[in-house]
Write a protein that binds this ligand. Structure first.
Ligand SMILES: *Cc1c(COP(=O)(O)O)cnc(C)c1O
Length: 402
């Protein structure tokens, strides 16, 4: 664990200048904090200035849906964190995901996506986009399965790794190689891993999407999303999702997320460390049937995760074993009512640790067989590790399971 701790420290140090300073703008009084600009229209200097602004010949702000300085500051910070040329903030993670896919695909196009993915993204691809002629094949998220699903009409290979909720790991470079050989677009949802733990663009992915609602904002008080990648990809998606569909991020929300990002490296260092320590402690208990976390040597893709990820992330899940008279589900319910330091709630990436029972909540809209295919067994509990510290979290879990 000492070695992992040093690795996390090094990654936190690397990101610190970006988290604290990148994208910052001072206001007209020299105030240090990036100003919260609420104006939805911006005045022109004269007729020529206005005409040039409309031709895109200066960087003047015109109208809030087309650009805002507070939102722009956040976009610069996140682009730096993801190592992206450009970034576009959106009203939510789903606005980013739907916008990127709809700007990449036309009617008749086909997407390959993992069976085990964020439930609303799965619903978008399975139920909503087919109405517009965009269809999806859902696959086990290994390279061979992606390859086997590619057809003449395939346009997008969509990755979500580690997967929700059992932390399966997809070989990003492997899927990118398939895309490159065929001129397809690779899109990766990096919400679960975060840019602290994984840099998909550096591995060749074309577009990264985020729910900034989660670890980027990190304080449970903002809903937002983002699209990161080359200027060309980001501008095309932004044109559709922000200008066209109106999925614009509110300035105050952008300001909150920027403030959250100032401590992102510190929060992630602590959360990733606690997650690995808790995963190890849980895996040593005889009344826990299985623990899913890529840091564990028992994880089927531990080697791949070690090579591809900068850290193993702050999400873990576990399956309780039945004990005495109590079934695994009954034990899970009791644990959820007994926790005190840990909070029983959906969402993830918060400073608070959040425990949830996916089968009855986040994945409840999935038909039963789809749910099992997406690795959500009845007794599975998912833990998003916060920054309360390993001791307090472990004591809470041990008491709740005992
Ligand atoms: C939460 C989440 C989303 C959706 O984000 P919203 O901000 O809620 O729209 C997408 N993908 C993943 C992995 C998520 O956790």
């Amino acid at each position: 664990m000492q070695e992992y701790r040093s690795k996390l420290d090094a990654r936190a140090d690397e990101l610190a200048p970006i988290c604290v300073h990148a994208g910052d703008e001072r206001d007209g009084w020299g105030g240090l904090e990036t100003p919260l600009v609420l104006s939805n229209a911006f005045g022109f200097e004269d007729a020529d200035h206005a005409a040039a602004a409309f031709r895109g010949q200066n960087n003047a702000y015109i109208y809030g849906r087309w650009g805002n300085p507070t939102v722009r500051a956040l976009e610069h910070k996140l682009a730096a964190l993801e190592g992206a040329a450009a970034c576009c903030a959106t009203a939510s993670g789903m606005a980013a995901i739907s916008g990127v896919i709809m700007s990449a695909c036309e009617s008749g196009d086909h997407v390959v996506a993992p069976r085990s993915m964020y439930a609303e993204s799965a619903r978008l691809l399975r139920e909503r986009l087919p109405r517009f002629g965009i269809t999806t094949s859902f696959v086990d998220a290994d390279t061979a399965s992606y390859e086997a699903a590619i057809t003449e009409r395939t346009r997008v290979l969509y990755i979500e790794t580690p997967s929700n909720p059992v932390l399966r790991v997809t070989d990003i470079a492997g899927v990118v190689a398939l895309s490159r050989a065929r001129g397809l677009l690779t899109i990766a949802d990096n919400t679960f891993a975060t840019p602290f733990a994984q840099s998909p663009l550096a591995l060749g992915v074309d577009v990264v999407v985020h729910s900034m609602t989660k670890a980027l904002g990190g304080h449970g008080d903002a809903i937002g999303g983002a699209i990161c990648g080359s200027t060309e990809h980001v501008e095309r998606s932004a044109d559709l999702v922000v200008k066209g569909f109106g999925g614009v991020l509110a300035p105050f929300t952008a300001w909150l997320i920027s403030r959250g990002l100032r401590t992102f490296h510190l929060r992630q260092r602590q959360a990733c460390l606690s997650a690995a320590e808790l995963a190890r402690a849980l895996s040593e208990r005889s009344d826990v049937a299985r623990v899913h976390h890529p840091s564990l040597r028992s994880h089927p893709q531990h080697a791949l995760a070690s090579a591809q990820m900068r850290a193993f992330g702050s999400m873990l899940s576990f399956e309780l074993a039945p004990r005495g008279e109590l079934s695994a589900i009954e034990r899970g319910k009791r644990a959820l009512s007994a926790i005190k330091t840990i909070t029983h709630a959906v969402s993830l990436g918060d400073v608070r640790s959040l425990l949830v029972h996916p089968a009855s909540t986040t994945h409840s809209t999935m038909p039963g067989p789809d749910r099992l295919a997406a690795d959500v067994s009845d007794g599975l509990l998912r833990l998003s590790v916060g920054v309360e510290g390993t001791q307090a979290l472990l004591a809470d879990l041990e008491r709740a399971l005992g």
